[in-house]
Each structure stands twice: as structure tokens, then as C-alpha cells.
Design a binder for this molecule. Structure first.
Ligand code: KG4
Ligand code: ZN
Length: 353
């Protein structure tokens, strides 16, 4: 098992030279336009995130074309703000890291094209980073000493994936959702309950004043021995529940439904995560991605980790949802492992996991 500062961790993972100066991370895979400057020892000098949620709210979800156009307008401003807050000039950057996928094609292309142009203009390496690897490494942004190997649950709007992260930062997929991601389920439930977009934070807030035992919703895959997930049955169960009930809900009923729905999602996430810890015999668990911001999930994970004596990493809130600090850190790691395309032209959008 490995522990140590981020730079030590990278030295251990290193097969090539290490970057000496700060790296600029760029993230445009979905509906946040983000840029961050991070030092080789993992210090975040700036972390700027421009959320587009107000833009997409009235459509009840993300409109890909609008997302791409908004990235185009906002990214240059966000990058300059990240450099200003970090008190660094273009010349002070040692490299650029950019999310190459998975994500919305148009949105990814804006970030990639911008980063390529900048890499050529500055004559710096361009490191293409997987959005998922970004989320995975976000746990180490908050806790550089967290051990590896570790089990990592990536739980976001697009993914519910369990990995074994090895000492050299390589990953093995242990399980994944067979249909919807947990964040997607939160967003759809919030939409059905008239709580707006994005739905996860709204359900989280309402659930704090609701009864989680008011309704017993289905827990997909909970009895299966494998490490897969399913949330589409839960979504349908909520739809039928609301249809059978008929008529508008009172404020308290909405809170009870939100709490019961959240309980069903959290039950499954907690059980499968600790099943993975047991089956891999790796007593360290990191839970990352937008849904890891959920207050009840965090509380349940902390209680279970303490009960089972398992080391737990939960990223600080600003690194749970999409951000570029995690992309910058993943960029350092990818560079030090030597697994990057050395010609910026070879950094292409990857749409699948
Ligand atoms: O990681 P992220 O920002 O973007 C993706 O890569 O998908 O995750 C966004 C997802 C959304 O589905 C959002 O509703 C969910 O994370 N989310 C939450 C909370 N905050 C964000 N879900 C539950 N509780 C929260 N507090
Ligand atoms: Zn994400």
C-alpha cells in the first residue's frame, strides 16, 4: 500500500520525466465551464467553475447545442480568471491538461480545440485526460495521503462505476450501472416532483426534512452478488407511485417522497461499495463525482466506514461536481506515467467510457 504527498505519489508512478511547474486544467465535457491551475505537489492555486445550470434550467435538462455555445463564449474568460487568481502568466505554465471524454461531443470539442491551439501557441505538452480519471483522482486532491490500492465509486450524472485503483493509478472496472446513473435518477425524480434542475441538490435539501421510511421504493440489483447497479426500476416506481396517488403533493409529502427515494439510492450505493471492499480485500474506499456531494450518502458512508474500519475519502464539495482541478491533477499523473499522446493533434475526443 502506498501513501505520501501527491508529488511522492507521482514520482512512484513515474516512468518518464516529471513536470516542474504548474499545469492548467480545462474541463468542458458537460454543463460546467472550468479551468484550474495546480502545482506539481497538488496545491490548487485556482479553481474556477462557471455553471450553466441557469441556462438549462427552463428545459429541465442539458441542451447539448446550448452547452457547446456557452463553453465557446465563457472558456476564454474562465481561463484568464484562473491564471489571474493563481497569479501566474502563460509562460509560467508547464503543460495543459484537457478533458477528452466521455461527455457531450460539441462541448468536448470546444475545450479540446481551445487547448490544442493554446498548446501550439505556448509550445507546451497537451495531456488528454479521461473525465472519469479526473473524478477518480479528485479524492487525492482533498487527501494526498489517501492509500492505494483503493476501491473507487464514481457516482455522477453520467456514471455509476466501481473501480479498483491500483498503486500505479491504473484501474480495473468492478461493476457499473446497467441502465441509468444515480445522478440521472436524482435529476429525473426531481423533475417528476417539480423540484427543478439540477435535481440532486434539490432532493438532498428536501430529504433533510422528510421521512425516509414513508415509502419503500425498490432497490435495484441489491440482492445480486455482482457489483452492478440499476436505477431505472426505481425511477419507474416513483412515476407509478405519483400516478397512483393522483393530484398534487403537499410540501411535507414531497419531502417524504424525496427522503424515501434518496434512501433507496443511498442504500444501494453504500451496500455495493462495501461489497466491493470485501470482495477485493482492499480496505480503502473513495467515493467521487457529483452525487458524492449528497449529505445523506456522505453521512452513511462515514458511519459504515467507521463501523467496518475502512479508510474513506470523500472529496471536499468543490471537487465533487465537475471542476478542472481534478483534470489538472489527472494530467500530472498521466504525464508522469508516460501514457499521453505526445502530439497535440493526437488528442481526440473520446465519447465512450
Ligand atoms: O460529476 P457531475 O458534476 O457531472 C457529471 O459528470 O455527470 O455530477 C452531476 C450530478 C447531477 O446528476 C446532480 O444532480 C448530482 O450530480 N448531484 C447530486 C448532488 N449534487 C450534485 N446528487 C445528489 N445529491 C447532491 N447533493
Ligand atoms: Zn463529472
Amino acid at each position: 500500500m502506498t501513501t505520501g504527498s501527491i508529488s511522492e505519489l507521482m514520482t512512484e508512478a513515474s516512468r518518464g520525466p516529471l513536470l516542474k511547474g504548474p499545469i492548467l486544467g480545462i474541463e468542458t465535457s458537460c454543463d460546467e465551464t472550468a479551468a484550474a491551475v495546480v502545482t506539481p505537489d497538488g496545491r490548487v492555486l485556482s479553481n474556477v467553475v462557471a455553471s450553466q445550470s441557469a441556462l438549462h434550467e427552463r428545459f429541465g435538462g442539458i441542451v447539448p447545442e446550448l452547452a457547446a455555445r456557452a463553453h465557446l463564449e465563457t472558456l476564454p474568460l474562465v481561463v484568464v480568471q484562473a491564471l489571474t487568481e493563481a497569479d501566474i502568466t502563460w509562460d509560467g505554465l508547464s503543460a495543459l491538461a484537457v478533458t477528452q471524454g466521455p461527455g457531450l461531443a460539441g462541448a468536448l470539442l470546444v475545450g479540446l480545440t481551445y487547448a490544442k491551439a493554446l498548446a501550439y501557441a505556448l509550445d507546451r505538452p497537451l495531456i488528454g485526460v479521461s473525465h472519469l480519471e479526473g473524478h477518480i483522482t479528485s479524492a487525492w486532491l482533498g487527501d494526498p495521503d489517501f492509500p492505494r490500492p483503493a476501491v473507487v465509486l464514481v457516482v455522477s450524472g453520467g456514471h455509476t462505476h466501481l473501480y479498483r485503483l491500483n498503486e500505479d493509478w491504473s484501474t480495473e472496472l468492478l461493476g457499473h450501472t446497467l441502465d441509468d446513473a444515480a445522478g440521472e435518477a436524482f435529476d429525473k425524480a426531481a423533475q417528476m416532483l417539480g423540484l427543478g434542475y439540477p435535481g440532486g441538490p434539490a432532493i438532498d435539501r428536501m430529504a433533510q426534512h422528510g421521512n425516509p421510511e414513508a415509502i419503500r421504493f425498490t432497490r435495484g440489483c441489491i440482492k445480486r452478488k455482482d457489483l452492478h447497479f440499476s436505477f431505472s426500476g426505481l425511477k419507474t416506481a416513483l412515476l407509478y407511485y405519483l400516478q397512483d396517488r393522483g393530484g398534487p403533493c403537499t410540501e411535507q409529502e414531497t419531502k417524504d417522497i424525496a427522503a424515501s427515494f434518496q434512501e433507496a439510492v443511498v442504500d444501494v450505493l453504500v451496500k455495493k461499495s462495501f461489497d466491493a471492499v470485501r470482495s477485493t480485500n482492499v480496505p480503502a474506499l473513495a467515493v467521487v463525482g457529483g452525487v458524492s456531494a449528497n449529505s445523506w450518502l456522505r453521512a452513511r458512508l462515514q458511519a459504515e466506514a467507521a463501523r467496518q474500519g475502512v479508510a474513506l475519502a470523500l472529496p471536499p464539495m468543490q471537487y465533487c461536481t465537475d471542476n478542472a482541478a481534478m483534470i489538472a491533477l489527472a494530467g500530472f499523473i498521466t504525464y508522469s506515467r508516460g501514457t499521453w499522446a505526445h502530439d497535440p493533434d493526437d488528442v481526440k475526443a473520446t465519447l465512450e467510457v
